[in-house]
Design a protein around this ligand. Sequence first.
Ligand code: IMP
Ligand code: MG
Length: 185
Amino acid sequence: MPNLRILVSREQIAKRVAEMAAEISRDFRGQSIIFVGVLKGAAIFLSDLARQVSLDATFDFIGVSSYGNRPTPSEDPAGHAAWDSLGEVRMTKDMDQSLADRNVILVEDILDTGLTINYILKLVQAHQPKEIRIAALLDKPSRRKQPIHAHYIGFTIPDAYVVGYGLDYAERYRNLPDVCVLENQ
Ligand code: IMP
Ligand code: MG
């Protein structure tokens, strides 16, 4: 069984998410926004963040899948090859609403190589929104392959495979309340 070590506790997450929500509320004061969550990892972060934002807001979700990005149960969670993105991202669920002329907050669980978010940014940009901002709970800048400018980042973390608070390993552990490092025994 893999070992789970808490990297970011539920208390730290709650405090930081409240700060991020306050920042978004301040930045878009008097305007409405749409949160676009990236399934499935961002679902928990989006629900906590959105409930603390004091603005007129709606939700939408987009689904993407990155070939080679997700480890299979047989792969070693401590080995980079197990989750290195091959750079091929495809959409599995489109947005339901038009984003034309809207203030879009793209909500991601984690920024890693940057390939996924850049792919999604291009899709969103094609809608010609008024403004697009990225809110990510976690950032692993050491693994970046494509540059990203994110306005709202919760925590910058070292290069480790993390699970919990929405993040999975082969679809498991999303319901853990803390962000944990998945280690071998
Ligand atoms: P990128 O395209 O390499 O930036 O990958 C971003 C996506 O990879 C995230 O939305 C996650 O779904 C997944 N991912 C990257 N690192 C981790 C991790 O440490 N744990 C769980 N999922 C991760
Ligand atoms: Mg994701």
